[in-house]
Design a binder for this molecule. Sequence first.
Ligand code: GRG
Length: 292
Amino acid sequence: MDYLQKTEQYCDLTNRRLAEIIVNVSAHDRIKKAIEYTLFPGGKRLRPCLALACCDMFGGNLFDALPFACSIEMIHTYSLIHDDLPCMDDSDLRRGKPSCHIAFGEDIAVLTGDALLNLAYETLFAACASNGENVKAASVIALSAGLSGMIGGQVLDLTNESGGEKCAETLYETHSKKTGALIEASLLCGALSGGASASEIESIKNFAGHYGVLFQITDDILDISGNQEVFGKPTGADSDAGKLTFPAMFGFERSKELAEETAKNAHMSISGLNKDISYFVQLIDITLNREK
Ligand code: GRG
């Protein structure tokens, strides 16, 4: 199977399992509609693809990694809903359509994010109940979504905006937490489900660090030069808000060079694995040249 076929398979598995999770939810129509609206058709499903591809690479059963892939996608979607709120990034457009609070109101948007976070943990607990070994991956996800990960990064991001110290170290720390932590968790839970060894897990962590930075630099570049229709969210928003971004710190051209260098480092970090790394090699290239 080539890269596109694999991606289709991973997205398909994720979408079907997410639909099964949601169909069983008993909730008021108002919030159920908002949950469906934000989860489907969804975005690129990058994090589930990372989890499933990593599990695949280590020869695991994709169904073992699927609860983690879906939990992470629900956590990611909740973070986007909350990030779009007027008290956060105040964005009216997400995944090419009106943000959740525009379509359903702020109150329902807050609760939709909360509900998705809870559903993610319900899914993780169910996976742990069926196999105690899953506690490891579930803890990795919980840590990545919390204060030492995504939420911690969001606090740093807000602090940087309101005049915090603007240096490269803060930039890397902010993004390794805000964006990188969930990306790393996706790869790690895939590696754990696939039975990776301790040294293989180390290579995956190393790859995750570089890939997370690559994803963020290209996100910052698209915020400046991307096409809003294709990108699916407003462009220019980060620079307008005075955010600490790679182009703001290093300039646009240097950021493009940094993306190239980071892509090479990402490739090198997994080239020693005695596995078929072709999916990740293509993913690096697609991320480097992405338009959305
Ligand atoms: C807890 C109140 C509260 C808010 C949480 C933590 C947080 C708000 C927001 C951080 C999430 C965020 C916006 C991270 C930036 C990472 C990023 C580039 C997201 C876009 O990811 P893609 O491109 O999106 O994978 P799609 O739509 O494709 O899934």
